[in-house]
Design a protein around this ligand. Structure first.
Ligand SMILES: *[C@@H]1O[C@H](CO)[C@@H](O)[C@H](O)[C@H]1NC(C)=O
Ligand SMILES: *[C@@H]1O[C@H](CO)[C@@H](O)[C@H](O)[C@H]1NC(C)=O
Ligand SMILES: *[C@@H]1O[C@H](CO)[C@@H](O)[C@H](O)[C@H]1NC(C)=O
Ligand SMILES: *[C@@H]1O[C@H](CO)[C@@H](O)[C@H](O)[C@H]1NC(C)=O
Ligand SMILES: *[C@@H]1O[C@H](CO)[C@@H](O)[C@H](O)[C@H]1NC(C)=O
Ligand SMILES: *[C@@H]1O[C@H](CO)[C@@H](O)[C@H](O)[C@H]1NC(C)=O
Ligand SMILES: *[C@@H]1O[C@H](CO)[C@@H](O)[C@H](O)[C@H]1NC(C)=O
Ligand SMILES: *[C@@H]1O[C@H](CO)[C@@H](O)[C@H](O)[C@H]1NC(C)=O
Ligand SMILES: *[C@@H]1O[C@H](CO)[C@@H](O)[C@H](O)[C@H]1NC(C)=O
Length: 491
C-alpha cells in the first residue's frame, strides 16, 4: 500500500509502495558510501548533481493549473471532481513576469506543476490510449481543450527560466488523477456516467507516456517532483526513463522509507512538514521524511516545501493573507540555515500573473537575505576550505556580530557530527579591557552540512571566535565560516 497522506493541496507523502515484483527492484540504484578511517562507520557519498542542487539553497514550487480557478486548494481528496477545462483562462499569462519574483526572492530553481491531481495538463499532451470499450481516446483534458488552446505553460516557463538563469523542473503527480478515476495509483473500477474507462496497465502507460513528453521537450531539468511518491508498478519504468532522458535531475520523494526502492542516485527527501518550520537538526543523509540520520548509507538531502500564503495554501486563493516577513525570515533560518533546501510556493493568479502583493513579499525576503548574507555582508570570515576541526577568527578591533554562518565541504560526505562556537565577548563596562577575556559558548549543534546559520540571543562585541568541530568521522573541511551583524530585522 502506498502510504499516502491526503494534503490540503500538494505535499509529499512517504514514497513508493513496497509491493513491487522482485524484477522491478533491479533498476534501483544502490547507496554509495565509504568507511570512516576514524571509527569504521558508514559515510554516505553525494553525487555532483546533489551538491550542485544544495548550492542552489532556495527554489520555488509553482502551483498553476485548473485548480487555480477553484475555491478549494486542488482536487485532492475529492475523487469525483473533474473541473471543466473551459475554466482555465489565464488572459494575461506571462512567465517572464513570474521570473521577476523568483529572481527577487533569491531562489535559484523553480519546479512547475505540469499536472496536479485533477488530471489537467498545462501542456498540450498528445498521448492517446485504449479504453476498455475498445476505442482509442486522446487525453482530452489539457490546455488544448481550454480557452487558451495553442499555449504551452511548461514550454513558456522553461524558456523564461533559461533566460533568467533559473534551474527548471516539473511536478507531475503519478498517484492521483481524477480525470482517469485514479486514486492511490489505482483505477477505481466504479465509473460514473461519461467517465473514461481504462485498466490499471493503461494508466501506468499513460503516466510513462506523459513523463516522456515532459522529459524530452523542455531541456535539461533541475528537479522532478513525485508528490505522494509513485507506485511499485511504475518504478522500474520511471527509473529507466530518468536514466535515458534526465539523469542529472534531482528527484524529490525518490526513495521509500528504508531505501529499498529509489528512482535515482540523485535522491532528495521530504522533511515531513509543510510549515517550513521543521525546527530540528537536518542531515544531508537518510531516506525518512524527517531530519534524517548521520549514519544512513544514503546521501539524500532534505527539501523543506512551504507556502507564502497563510494556512498552507498552495494554489492562489481569493484574498488569502500572506505570512508576515518576520515569519518568512524564520522559515529561511530554519530551512536554509539548517541544511534544508527551501522550496517556496509561487501561486500565479487567475489572470496568469504573480499578484503585486505576493511579488512585494518575495522581494522583501530576497532583500533581507541579500543584505544580511549576500556578498560583502560578512564582518569577519576565515579562509575558505580550512581543514581541521578548529577554526579561529581574530578580529583587528572589537567587532559586533549577532550570527555565524558555517558551511562544510561535503565532497566526500557529511563528516562533522557536532560543533561548538566560542567567543571572547567584551564586557560593556570595559572593566576587563580586551585582555584576559574568557571564552563563552555562543552556539552549538550537530549537523552543519551544506549550511548552518546560528543566531545569537543578542548582538555581542567580540575580539575572537573559535569554531570547534567536537565530533567528526573524518577530518573536517570548513568550506566557509563567516560572522554577520543584521540586527535591523524587518518585522
Ligand atoms: C521498506 O519499506 C516498506 C514501506 O515503505 C516496507 O513495506 C518494506 O517491508 C521495507 N523493506 C525492508 C527490507 O525493510
Ligand atoms: C474489447 O475487445 C476484447 C478483445 O477483443 C473483447 O474481449 C471485449 O469484449 C471487448 N470489449 C468491449 C466492451 O467491446
Ligand atoms: C473526451 O473525449 C471523450 C470521448 O473519448 C468524450 O466523451 C469526453 O466528453 C471528452 N472530454 C472532454 C473534456 O472534452
Ligand atoms: C470507487 O468509487 C466509488 C464511487 O465513487 C466509491 O464509492 C468507492 O469508495 C471507490 N473505491 C475506492 C477503492 O476508492
Ligand atoms: C486496479 O487494481 C486494483 C487493485 O488490484 C483493483 O481494485 C481495481 O479494480 C483495478 N482497476 C481496474 C479498472 O481494473
Ligand atoms: C543537457 O545536458 C547534456 C549532458 O550534460 C548536455 O550534453 C546538453 O548539451 C544539455 N542540453 C541543454 C539544452 O542544455
Ligand atoms: C568563500 O565561500 C563563500 C561561500 O561559498 C563564498 O560566498 C565566498 O565567495 C568564498 N570566498 C572566497 C574568497 O572564495
Ligand atoms: C572579567 O574577568 C574576570 C577575571 O578573569 C572574570 O571572572 C569575569 O568573568 C570577566 N568578565 C567578563 C564580562 O568578561
Ligand atoms: C574542541 O573540542 C574538543 C572535543 O570536545 C576538545 O577536546 C578540545 O579541547 C576543543 N578545542 C578547543 C580549542 O576548544
Amino acid at each position: 500500500m502506498l502510504s499516502q497522506l491526503l494534503f490540503a493541496c500538494c505535499a509529499a507523502a512517504a514514497a513508493a509502495s513496497a509491493s513491487a515484483g522482485n524484477t522491478q527492484r533491479l533498476a534501483t540504484p544502490s547507496p554509495r558510501f565509504r568507511i570512516s578511517p576514524l571509527d569504521g562507520s558508514v559515510i554516505a557519498l553525494p553525487t555532483a548533481d546533489q551538491l550542485a542542487f544544495q548550492d542552489r539553497e532556495m527554489g520555488m514550487l509553482i502551483h498553476f493549473e485548473i485548480a487555480t480557478y477553484l475555491s478549494i486548494d486542488g482536487c485532492n481528496g475529492v475523487p469525483g471532481l473533474v473541473p471543466n477545462p473551459t475554466l482555465f483562462d489565464p488572459t494575461l499569462l506571462n512567465t517572464d513576469q513570474w521570473m521577476s519574483s523568483i529572481v527577487a526572492s533569491g531562489a535559484k530553481y523553480a519546479t512547475l506543476v505540469a499536472k496536479h491531481n485533477c488530471g489537467f495538463t498545462t501542456w498540450p499532451s498528445a498521448v492517446t490510449f485504449e479504453t476498455r470499450d475498445n476505442t482509442t481516446s486522446r487525453y482530452n483534458y489539457t490546455i488544448a481543450d481550454s480557452p487558451v488552446v495553442g499555449a504551452d505553460v511548461p514550454g513558456m516557463f522553461s524558456t523564461s527560466a533559461e533566460k533568467a538563469g533559473i534551474g527548471h523542473g516539473f511536478y507531475y503527480s503519478t498517484v492521483v488523477n481524477n480525470f482517469l478515476n485514479v486514486q492511490n495509483s489505482l483505477v477505481n473500477a466504479t465509473w460514473g456516467p461519461g467517465e473514461i474507462r481504462i485498466t490499471n496497465d493503461t494508466y501506468d502507460q499513460i503516466v510513462i507516456a506523459q513523463l516522456t513528453e515532459l522529459w524530452t521537450k523542455y531541456g535539461n531539468l533541475t528537479e522532478l517532483w513525485f508528490d505522494g511518491g509513485y507506485s511499485a508498478s511504475q518504478q522500474a519504468r520511471i527509473t529507466a526513463l530518468l536514466q535515458e532522458h534526465q539523469p542529472q535531475a534531482c528527484i524529490f520523494n525518490s526513495c521509500d522509507a528504508n531505501g529499498t526502492a529509489c528512482l535515482s542516485a540523485n535522491s532528495i527527501r521530504w522533511i515531513g512538514t509543510e510549515t517550513g518550520l521543521p525546527n530540528e537538526e537536518i542531515w544531508s543523509t537518510g531516506v525518512t521524511n524527517d531530519g534524517g540520520s548521520p549514519t544512513s548509507p544514503f546521501f539524500a538531502p532534505a527539501e523543506c516545501d512551504t507556502t507564502l500564503q497563510s494556512g498552507i495554501r498552495w494554489f492562489w486563493g481569493v484574498n488569502q493573507p500572506l505570512r508576515p516577513i518576520s515569519e518568512m525570515i524564520e522559515v529561511y533560518h530554519q530551512t536554509v540555515g539548517r541544511n534544508c533546501l527551501l522550496e517556496l510556493d509561487l501561486a500565479p493568479d487567475r489572470s496568469g500573473l504573480i499578484p503585486a502583493t505576493h511579488a512585494a513579499r518575495y522581494k522583501e525576503l530576497g532583500d533581507f537575505i541579500r543584505s544580511c548574507y549576500g556578498p560583502g555582508s560578512a564582518v569577519g570570515s576565515v579562509a575558505n576550505s580550512t581543514t581541521g576541526p578548529i577554526v579561529t577568527l581574530v578580529f583587528d578591533f572589537p567587532t559586533s556580530i549577532d550570527r555565524i554562518v558555517l558551511m562544510e565541504d561535503q565532497t566526500t560526505g557529511q563528516v562533522i557530527r557536532g560543533y561548538e562556537v566560542h567567543a571572547k565577548i567584551l564586557d560593556a563596562s570595559g572593566r576587563n579591557g580586551t585582555l584576559n577575556v574568557p571564552m563563552t559558548l555562543v552556539s552549538s549543534g550537530q549537523s552543519v552540512g551544506h549550511k548552518r546559520i546560528d543566531l545569537f540571543n543578542t548582538p555581542i562585541t567580540v575580539t575572537e571566535i573559535v569554531v570547534n568541530a567536537t565530533k567528526f568521522v573524518d577530518a573536517p573541511v570548513w568550506r566557509s565560516v563567516s560572522v554577520h551583524l543584521c540586527d535591523s530585522l524587518p518585522s
